[in-house]
Design a protein around this ligand. Structure first.
Ligand SMILES: NC(=O)C1=CN([C@@H]2O[C@H](COP(=O)(O)OP(=O)(O)OC[C@H]3O[C@@H](n4cnc5c(N)ncnc54)[C@H](O)[C@@H]3O)[C@@H](O)[C@H]2O)C=CC1
Ligand SMILES: NCC(=O)COP(=O)(O)O
Length: 341
């Protein structure tokens, strides 16, 4: 065991009006049952206290820092305070909450770069609320790459991977309108994405020879060019280049037949051309136990696979399973390799 193995994980609050506080509190109450790694919650202690009362949870809080969080975790819920500054109502998103939401994410990244936490886990943010406040990134994924660049001066291409026990899937394009997808599915985008996936599956997930199944864009992967040309003109050449580089990529596969049980046994990750092509099968196969993990960054970031679920915040019915899976995965992939189970 190295010293880094004892560092806590940072857990950002996410949108305070969403279910982030609910599931963080619930996860902490089940820390022994799931042998959870210690985490330091970065958010507003007042929001937590109100939410715990609302949920009828007896949770002792301790305002603390990263150095003390692991010691505190067994007995109390460790919080690094980032006040929101206004009253937050569960289920009622408000633009005034955006500044605190963003600051919590930035603080978690700073702690990663300062070597005070081992990895970061993010609770869900509502993109539209942050956009209204002037947030200039599609989501965490791109924001984290920008924050990393501010720390190191290097550029990063962040890659979103949704990972569950039954399927890992990566969208090459992420939060863009569907009408813009064909133009954004370029050879360069496919190559960069697949190279990062192959590297991180080796280095972080311990897969010596990851197999990448690449989806087509069009129905039937274009049906030989009769139903669209991107599969033959763009995706196929990218796969050939990857194969020449020694990456075990194959396809383009018709997306409708690549996710059934037998098909999934033939690959380690599905490379998909757009958001819903990747996220629908992942969430259908394992909404409660899948995790969003950002590849291509110089630190580990995971997140539950779901969103803010404003409609159920503060009601005691939000399931904490995906957050627990995200904490466990962050713990596993951020450990020094000699200590991995
Ligand atoms: N990592 C992140 O920050 C993510 C953020 N979002 C954001 O979340 C907001 C809401 O998005 P939606 O599409 O409505 O997705 P959502 O995942 O918040 O909700 C979809 C449905 O699943 C239910 N649900 C979600 N999580 C649940 C849980 N833990 N336990 C029980 N039921 C749960 C909700 O009640 C709702 O019926 C959007 O603003 C979106 O931008 C969405 C996905 C990921
Ligand atoms: N649909 C997935 C999602 O919205 C997560 O985005 P991010 O905030 O992790 O970039």
């Amino acid at each position: 065991m190295s010293a880094a193995d004892f560092l806590p994980l940072a857990l950002s609050q996410g949108d305070p009006a969403g279910i982030g506080p609910d599931i963080a509190l619930a996860a902490w109450t089940r820390r022994a049952e799931f042998d959870l790694p210690p985490f330091l919650f970065i958010g507003d202690p007042a929001v937590l206290a109100v939410r715990a009362r609302q949920l009828d949870l007896e949770v002792p809080f301790r305002e603390t820092d990263a150095a003390s969080a692991a010691g505190v975790f067994e007995h109390a819920f460790p919080v690094l305070p980032v006040p929101i500054g206004v009253d937050v109502v569960a289920g009622e998103p408000h633009v005034a909450n955006a500044r605190g939401t963003i600051t919590a994410i930035q603080t978690a990244v700073d702690l990663c770069f300062d070597g005070k936490v081992r990895a970061m886990v993010t609770n869900p943010i509502a993109k539209s609320v942050l956009y209204e406040a002037g947030f200039g990134f599609p989501g965490h994924t791109e924001f984290l790459a920008d924050l990393a660049k501010r720390h190191t001066g290097q550029s990063y291409r962040p890659v979103m991977m949704l990972a569950g026990p039954k399927l890992r899937a990566v969208p090459v394009t992420i939060h863009i309108p569907l009408k813009d997808v064909p133009g954004a599915v370029t050879e360069a985008a496919i190559l960069e994405t697949c190279r990062i996936v192959a590297t991180d599956l080796k280095n972080r997930f311990g897969l010596a020879h990851p197999r990448l199944a690449v989806a087509g864009l069009n129905p039937h992967a274009g049906e030989g060019g009769a139903i669209g040309h991107e599969d033959e003109d763009t995706i196929h050449p990218a796969i050939m280049t990857l194969r020449r580089e020694g990456i075990d990529a194959f396809g383009p596969l018709p997306a409708d037949t690549m996710f059934h049980d037998d098909a999934r046994r033939r690959y380690d990750v599905a490379i998909c051309m757009y958001h819903d092509q990747a996220l629908i099968p992942v969430k259908a196969l394992g909404f409660d136990d899948s995790v969003n993990v950002t590849l291509g960054l110089p630190f580990v970031r995971t997140s539950p696979d779901h969103g803010t679920a404003f409609g159920i915040a503060g009601q005691g019915i939000a399931r904490e399973d995906s957050l627990i899976a995200a904490l466990k995965l962050a713990d596993e992939i951020s450990r020094p390799s000699e200590t991995k189970s």
